[in-house]
Write a new protein. Structure first.
Length: 115
């Protein structure tokens, strides 16, 4: 059984910063690609960023230059550092990991950016 546990999001003012983390646990050695998606009210879930086991990141255009994804392979943990937050970043953020060829998702953590 695989479980992804995300840190608590929160409320932050526009221009502020927030760091999310997500730890994968279960009966496996290591996660392959890990990443973050988000879903704003009334919108579809969208990519924020992913990172390979080797550390190669991939960012959505909206995240480039403001967000930074990283991971700790020894702890199967992925991080998302979010800077210069905007109200349009308000969403539920979901962690994802590909483990043994299957995708897994966290429960989601809400992030609200006030103007």
């Amino acid at each position: 059984q695989v479980q992804l546990v995300e840190s608590v999001g929160g409320l932050v003012q526009a221009g502020g910063t927030l760091r999310l983390s997500c730890a994968a646990s279960g009966t496996f050695l290591s996660a392959n690609v890990m990443g973050w998606y988000r879903q704003a009210p009334g919108k579809q879930r969208e990519l924020v960023a992913t990172i390979t086991t080797g550390g190669t990141p991939n960012y959505a255009e909206s995240a480039k230059g403001r967000f930074s994804i990283s991971r700790d392979n020894a702890k199967n943990t992925v991080f998302l550092q979010m800077n210069s937050l905007k109200p349009e970043d308000t969403a539920v953020y979901y962690c994802t990991a590909t483990i043994l060829g299957s995708p897994y998702w966290g429960q989601g953590t809400p992030v609200t950016v006030s103007s």
